[in-house]
Design a binder for this molecule. Structure first.
Ligand SMILES: [Zn+2]
Length: 458
C-alpha cells in the first residue's frame, strides 16, 4: 500500500510504500520505499495522509493479555469502600463485558459492599448473568438470569439458599464445583471476544506490537496466544523450554522473600544465554536490582537482556546497567496512576530513585516503556505524557530531575530492545507496521494523547 503526503522525520510531503507481508501476521512486512512523488501501482491501496506524521507503530513492551482481557468480565470488589461504590463497579462491569459473557465479581464483603442477594444484583446487571464471590470464597451470589442458566430456580443441591416461598435468594454456599460445571456448559469462553475488543482499542491508540510478560506460561497457552488473530505482532516472554513463533526473552521474576544469591541467579542467566535467549528480569526493589547487577556482571550481558520495571534505581546503578548493555523497560504510567501512593509510602531517599528515565538515558542505557496493562493504565500516550511531566493524580511532580522531552518519551515506545537493529524508523527495509497521526508530530508532542492517532497499518 502507498501512504501519500505524510510528514516523516519533520519533512512534509513524503510518500511511503509498505508491503505488510503475509497478512501482516509474521512481522516479515517491510517498508519498501520512502520518497517524493511515488506513483500508485495498479491495484495498490492509497491513503492520503494530509500532512499527518507517519511514525513506526507503538510497541507496548510489557503487558498481560489474559489478565487484561479478564478485566472485561471480572470486577475486583475487595477494595470498595461503601455500597455505593460496589453498585457503581458492578453496574459499569455489566455494561463493558463482552456480549453473551457472564459478569464475575470477586472479593465482596458485606461490611464494605453491603448485603447482597439476587434482587440487588438484578438491579445492577439486568439480563446479563452475573455472579459475585464472597471474600471468604465460601459463597457465590447469583442474579436471576444466572440462577435460571444454572438451573437453580426449582431444583439443585443443598447449599442453594431459599426463602420462605422456596425461591432461591441467590446465595449459594460451597457449591463451587457444581457451579463451575454448570457455567462451563452454558457460557462461551469470553476470552476471544474480550481480547478482540481490547486489541482493537489498542490499535486505535497506535499500538502495533505487544510483548506479553506473563511468567510461567506453558506450551499450550503459548501456542494458543501465538495463534490468536489480533492486529498486533506478539512477542511472548517465556520460561526456558518453550518454543514457537514469537517466543522471546526468558522471564525471571525476583521477589524479596525468595531472592536467590547473585551466583545462583548468574547460573540461571548463563543457562538462558547458552540456549540463545536473553533474559527479562522483573526488578522492583533496590535489593532485587543489586542482586541482578551482581549476577549479570558475573554472567555477562547478552544483547536483548532487559530489566522489567526497574522500580527503584539507586545512584551508580545506571552506569553498571549500561556497561552490560542491559535495557530497562520502565512504566511511567504508574506515576500518573499511583504516584501519590508512592509519595506517601515510599521513604526518602528511594522516592527520588523511582521509575527513573533521564538518568538512565544520560548513562547510555537503552530505555523502552510499557503500560503493564492491566496493572497500569493501558494507554501508552498516558505513559508518554507521564514521562514528560511526572505528575501524580494530585498534581505533584515526582522526581522532577527524571523528566524527559516529549520526543524522547515517544521513542520509549519505538525502541526494540529485543532486536539488534534497535529503534525502528520510517525507512526502506524497516518493519512495515506504522502509525499515521492526524497532524504533524510537533503538534502531537505538545499534547501527547491517543486522540491524535488516525490509523495503524502493516
Ligand atoms: Zn507485569
Amino acid at each position: 500500500m502507498l501512504i501519500q503526503g505524510a510528514e516523516v522525520d519533520g519533512v512534509a510531503g513524503v510518500d511511503v510504500r509498505i508491503d505488510p507481508g503475509e497478512g501482516g501476521r509474521t512481522g516479515a512486512g517491510r517498508i519498501v520505499a520512502v520518497g517524493r512523488g511515488l506513483a500508485a501501482q495498479v491495484g495498490e491501496d492509497v491513503v492520503t495522509a494530509d500532512g499527518g506524521a507517519l511514525i513506526p507503530g507503538l510497541h507496548d513492551h510489557h503487558v498481560h493479555l489474559r489478565a487484561w482481557a479478564a478485566t472485561r468480565w471480572s470486577v475486583p470488589l475487595g477494595s470498595v469502600r461503601d455500597p455505593g461504590e460496589f453498585d457503581r463497579r458492578v453496574r459499569d462491569g455489566a455494561v463493558s463485558a463482552p456480549s453473551g459473557a457472564w459478569l464475575r465479581g470477586v472479593g465482596w464483603h458485606e461490611s464494605t459492599g453491603g448485603a447482597l442477594d439476587r434482587y440487588r444484583l438484578d438491579a445492577l446487571t439486568g439480563a446479563r448473568p452475573a455472579r459475585v464471590q464472597h471474600r471468604t470464597g465460601a459463597m457465590w451470589v447469583l442474579n436471576s438470569a444466572a440462577l435460571r442458566v444454572v438451573g437453580a430456580e426449582n431444583a439443585g443441591p443443598a447449599g442453594i439458599e431459599r426463602d420462605a416461598s422456596r425461591a432461591p435468594t441467590g446465595r449459594l454456599y460451597r457449591l463451587d464445583d457444581w457451579l463451575r460445571d454448570r457455567i462451563r456448559r452454558a457460557e462461551p469462553d469470553p476470552f476471544p471476544a474480550a481480547l478482540s475488543a481490547l486489541t482493537g482499542e489498542a490499535a486505535a491508540r497506535g499500538v502495533t506490537r505487544f510483548t506479553d510478560a506473563t511468567p510461567g506460561r506453558d506450551q499450550s497457552e503459548t501456542d494458543a496466544l501465538a495463534a490468536l488473530a489480533i492486529p498486533q505482532h506478539l512477542t511472548l516472554m517465556s520460561p526456558p523450554g518453550i518454543t514457537g513463533p514469537g517466543v522471546g526473552p526468558h522471564k525471571i521474576v525476583l521477589n524479596d522473600t525468595t531472592l536467590p544469591e547473585a551466583g545462583e541467579l548468574a547460573e540461571t542467566i548463563r543457562g538462558s544465554h547458552r540456549a540463545g535467549f536473553p533474559v527479562a528480569v522483573h526488578c522492583v526493589t533496590v535489593e532485587q536490582l543489586v542482586t541482578l547487577l551482581a549476577a549479570i556482571e558475573d554472567a555477562g550481558g547478552l544483547p536483548g537482556d532487559r530489566v522489567e520495571h526497574a522500580g527503584v534505581v539507586p545512584p551508580g546503578s545506571a552506569v553498571r546497567l549500561a556497561r552490560q548493555g542491559i535495557a530497562v523497560v520502565t512504566n511511567p504510567g504508574f506515576l500518573a496512576d499511583r504516584g501519590d501512593v508512592y509519595r506517601r509510602d515510599v521513604p526518602a531517599p528511594e522516592r527520588d530513585w523511582l521509575y527513573p528515565v533521564r538518568s538512565l538515558l544520560d548513562a547510555g542505557v537503552t530505555v523502552a516503556a510499557a503500560t503493564d496493562a492491566p496493572f497500569g493504565p493501558a494507554d501508552p500516550w498516558v505513559a508518554i505524557a507521564a514521562a514528560v511531566t511526572r505528575r501524580t493524580p494530585d498534581g505533584e511532580v515526582l522526581g522532577p530531575h527524571e523528566r524527559i522531552y516529549p520526543a524522547e518519551a515517544l521513542r520509549l515506545f519505538l525502541e526494540d530492545p529485543d532486536r539488534a537493529g534497535g529503534r525502528r524508523r520510517i525507512a526502506p527495509g524497516q518493519p512495515s507496521d506504522v502509525c499515521l497521526l492526524h497532524v504533524p508530530l510537533e503538534v502531537v508532542l505538545r499534547d501527547p494523547s491517543s486522540t491524535h492517532v488516525r490509523a495503524t497499518f502493516g
